[in-house]
Design a protein around this ligand. Sequence first.
Ligand code: IFL
Length: 451
Amino acid sequence: MISAAAIAATPVWAGQVGNGEDWAALAQDVRSEFQWAWRNYRQKAWGRDEINPVSGTAQSFFIEGHDLGLSLVEALDTLWMMELDEEFQQGVDWVKSSLDFDIDGESQVFETNIRLVGGLVSAHLACGDPVLLEKAKDLADRLMKAFAASPHGLPYRYVNLKTGAVRDPETNLAEIGTYATEFGVLGQLVGDDRYYAAAKRAMKHALDRRSNLGLMAANIHAETGEFTSRNASIDVYADSFYEYLWDSWELFGDAEMKAWAEQTMGAILKHQAKRYDGRLWFPMVDFETGEATGAAQTELGAYLAGLLGQVGKRAEGDDFLASYTEMQQVWAIIPESIDVTTRQPRTKRTGLRPEYPDACLNLWLGDRDDRYRALSAVHYRNMKTTSRAAYGYTALADITTRPMTQGDNCPGYWWSEQMKYYWLLFSDCRRVDYSRLQLSTEANVLRGFVR
Ligand code: IFL
């Protein structure tokens, strides 16, 4: 066990600022790793959802036995931004010839939206191919049935893509409230505001049930419309709900969403922010009393550091990022779940997660301070040291062993998220207008491409 004193003695930024990094060279390294991983995916797992890069096998993600080319779709806009145009076209050709959503199988509505609808919309924005937009609309129409089946417009967790049958009303804020950006942009492109209206209605339903503290519980029932837990969370079950309030303001100028974003961030800062040995964390609290109900914080919560910066709470965002930076310094790979009272990992395995460079990118976009690039460079190099396998990058089975023990799976979001964050941070990407850039929770680009 690492002592709190040892952790406290570790300066957060030491050795990571002003190190004379050649950013263009680092960007090229990211690009060549991505191209290498793509070639392996092509060879070993083409059209499959996810590659298992240690064994060179593949697996389904959404519906067992009915793969939807998840990693391929997730990679498309990243390939395009990296000017890997041949690879991008290979992917687009596969989508046009082989991707069909008329499947008699249940797909998780939230994941299908952020990964596939978002991936197809961003690929369409990259190249303008109308077939990509048609596929995105076809899929979104199938997902809309999950909203329509609920008396409150709260989507069920699963929908049968062919029949529209729904399952599992016991849902949560993230799974009812992470549609506004993909559905909003899709609606603009096809001239139909029903998508955004459905997404916003579900979010408003939960927001209308905030406690006197201004907090929401994270779990909610699609049939009763009531919260089913007392836990307010900024990470698991909730995270992207908060992102999409602010993103809807930035993308669509929706002032009501902006007000909700500011109100919810204010309530979270007032009632959920806690300090342990001087470090800022946001563990779960009772949504009516603000009392902490646990000591866990997941790696996923790092996104909030960036979001706080976006909503004008930069000092608080930096403060929260520093808590994760310390974890990166101590463990090299930020633990999937952290006990905030001891700063020890609660789990040994990690999911090859992207939220730390996500936060760095959002903070960097605010002031272009090189320290966020430097912190992301550490994140990238540590990932390369620990997760690189024979056929790509893998999640880890144990971060406490030396060397760390690899698992055998590359999650789809790796293709859309961290490699894109690194690229955007290091490359001065020519195909992006950084001042207009808008990313979804899955890092799909919804605005800001330069064609
Ligand atoms: O799918 C990813 C996305 O960022 C999200 N939740 C978790 C994943 C990455 O950790 O919204």
